[in-house]
Design a protein around this ligand. Structure first.
Ligand code: ATP
Ligand code: MG
Length: 560
């Protein structure tokens, strides 16, 4: 089995769901409560979607509830913009937290009281070591750490110092509150981990009320307990934190006993899924923003035209296991294509236009032809597309000297214009440099709708757009943001960026119905799937290619 296969299996039976089934059956829990706990320091990416689908999915399947909880314990990096975007994205993915929108910051007062509880029990102390000294004292994976000289301060002194930390008497970094566990523990997370840091920074929700903030480890499990979370699901890198999670739950008078379970994170080829790296792409201008359609963010995928259903389907196919793997980007593409193929309507668009004049079609005449919206659906509706003497076809659909297998247009050749007529190329018009700039064709009026009454066949059918009534648009063609399948594996991930991830086609012609397309995604006949971009207006239409019709990436890679 390849790594990719290892991470793919039927999503509905996995060790987490099995545990929950057992917990409900044995009566350990009456109802399941999960939470999705994003830190609002960036936009959600498709890795988060795995966690969202898992947490909200499980709550739905077992009739429980899933809270959305902002893990907003580090105001230095957190912003309201991210808080808003996260809510938009979770809703768009199809999930609802009802009244259960929470924030770790809602619990700051309680967490503080619990910190004092640990101090009073002799299980926490204020340390004055500098960050660098603390690192030295911490030891390494092979060497035990050493006790800080401040480890044995009296309860009174610790309480006094901790209260003065809260009161703002000390500058950032001067002191921290640590748990007093075991500096020789084989698990580095138990070597007197930090509970509170001094940070004189205003918080989006608590303003300037606090100048000390709890660490992730101290806030997370206790927030779970306050909310009555039964199964706290996180990714594998937190496995080593579980003993600490449990230590807090055992040593504090918490109202419930949540348990932590870890599952494999989602990794995808040609993709980076780390907020830090994604933020760098945005901040350094390598992409247009968090929602650039090349970004693996939920907002980027949405802007590209990827439906939420396709993302949920993709996530549903991933294994929830205890070992990390890498999923092929092609698998996500497959889910997107499969969904769009089944669901979206078709339209005609010409991305690289070549003008065609149909010489025997009466000047000034136009007619409305019937075009099928969903040929894959026998009950498909139809729409009218205008036909006229001057049309555009795709440059690629004409060759002056075509090879034998080229079934499209060439001098003297006849093809079918989809939903319209048979046309034959009579003459090629070139510019001074010898480039073909126009074709002169004739049409057979007997072939209206695309069939010849004499049973005559043509080998090719091409799409087209009538010139005068066409809408003009910019179309953005995207490729993988990273050319390398494992960006950053060998060098900086920035060096693995694909220089050809965006191609802008600025002179595209669309059938007129597309000028009011409302953010829907369409299949442009023979070209791929496209969705109107956010920035599209009635005077400047912009379409994003959501995905090509077929996977051409694998083929081009194989050739190299
Ligand atoms: P990143 O590593 O991308 O910076 P993070 O884990 O710091 O992300 P959080 O906002 O803390 O981001 O994540 C919220 C939840 O989403 C966590 O429970 C985390 O385990 C989960 N999550 C993050 N990335 C992935 C991923 N690639 N696959 C599955 N779950 C993920
Ligand atoms: Mg995190």
């Amino acid at each position: 089995m390849s790594d990719a296969d290892a991470d793919i299996e039927d999503g509905n039976r996995d060790f987490i769901r099995d545990t929950i089934r057992e917990d409900l059956r044995s009566g350990r829990h009456k109802a399941v409560v999960t939470r999705f706990p994003p830190e609002p320091n960036g936009y959600l990416h498709i890795g988060h979607a795995k966690s969202i689908c898992l947490n909200f999915g499980i709550a739905g399947e077992f009739g429980g509830r899933c809270n959305l909880r902002f893990d907003d314990t580090n105001p230095a990096r957190e912003e309201q913009e991210f808080i808003d975007a996260i809510q938009t994205d979770v809703r768009w993915l199809g999930f609802d937290w009802g009244d259960d929108l929470h924030h770790a910051s809602d619990y700051f007062e309680q967490l503080y009281a619990w910190a004092e509880h640990l101090i009073e029990a002799g299980k926490a102390y204020v340390d004055d070591l500098s960050a660098e000294e603390m690192r030295e004292y911490r030891g390494t994976l092979t060497e035990p750490g050493r006790n800080s000289p401040h480890r044995d301060r009296s309860v009174e002194e610790n309480l006094d110092l901790f209260r003065r930390m809260r009161a703002g008497e000390f500058p950032d970094g001067a002191r921290i509150l640590r748990a007093r566990i075991d500096m020789a523990s084989g698990n580095m997370n138990l070597r007197d981990p930090a509970l509170y840091r001094i940070l004189h920074a205003p918080h989006p929700r608590t303003g300037t009320n606090w100048c000390i903030y709890p660490t992730y480890d101290f806030a997370h499990g206790q927030s779970d307990a306050i909310e009555g979370v039964t199964h706290s699901l996180c990714t594998l890198e937190f496995s080593d934190h579980r003993p600490l999670y449990e230590w807090f739950i055992e040593n504090l008078p918490v109202p419930a006993q949540p348990r932590q379970y870890e599952f494999s994170r989602l990794n995808i080829t040609h993709t980076v899924l780390s907020k830090r790296n994604l933020a760098q792409l945005v901040d350094d201008g390598h992409v247009a923003g968090w929602d650039d359609p090349r970004m693996p963010t939920v907002s980027g995928l949405r802007r590209r035209g990827v439906p939420a259903e396709a993302i949920r389907d993709f996530i549903g196919r991933l294994a929830i296991t205890k070992s990390d793997g890498v999923v092929e980007a092609a698998m996500l593409d497959h889910c997107i294509r499969e969904h769009l193929n089944a669901n979206v309507e078709r339209r005609m668009a010409v991305l690289r236009p070549l003008k065609v004049v149909i010489e025997n079609y009466p000047e000034g005449q136009t007619e409305e032809l019937d075009a099928v919206n969903k040929p894959q659906d026998p009950d498909s509706s139809t729409r009218k597309v205008p036909f006229a003497r001057e049309i555009y076809i795709e440059r690629d659909d004409f060759m002056e000297d075509p090879p034998r297998k080229f079934f499209r247009l060439g001098p003297g050749r006849e093809v079918r214009l989809r939903f319209a007529y048979f046309v034959t190329c009579q003459e090629t018009i070139k510019d001074a440099d010898g480039n073909v700039i126009e074709l002169r064709c004739t049409y057979d009026p007997e072939t209206r709708g695309g069939n010849a009454p004499d049973g005559r066949k043509v080998k090719g059918t091409i799409h087209w757009v009538a010139a005068e009534t066409a809408a003009t648009a910019e179309v953005r063609i995207y490729d993988h943001l990273f050319a390398d399948p494992s960006p950053g594996a060998e060098r900086s991930f920035l060096e693995d960026l694909n220089p050809e991830s965006l191609e802008v086609l600025s002179d595209c012609r669309l059938e007129p119905s597309l000028s009011a397309s409302n953010g829907q995604t369409f299949q442009f006949e023979r070209l791929g799937y496209f969705a109107a971009d956010l920035d599209s207006t009635s005077s400047q239409l912009i379409f994003n290619r959501t995905i090509a019709l077929r996977d051409t990436w694998a083929k081009t890679k194989a050739k190299n």
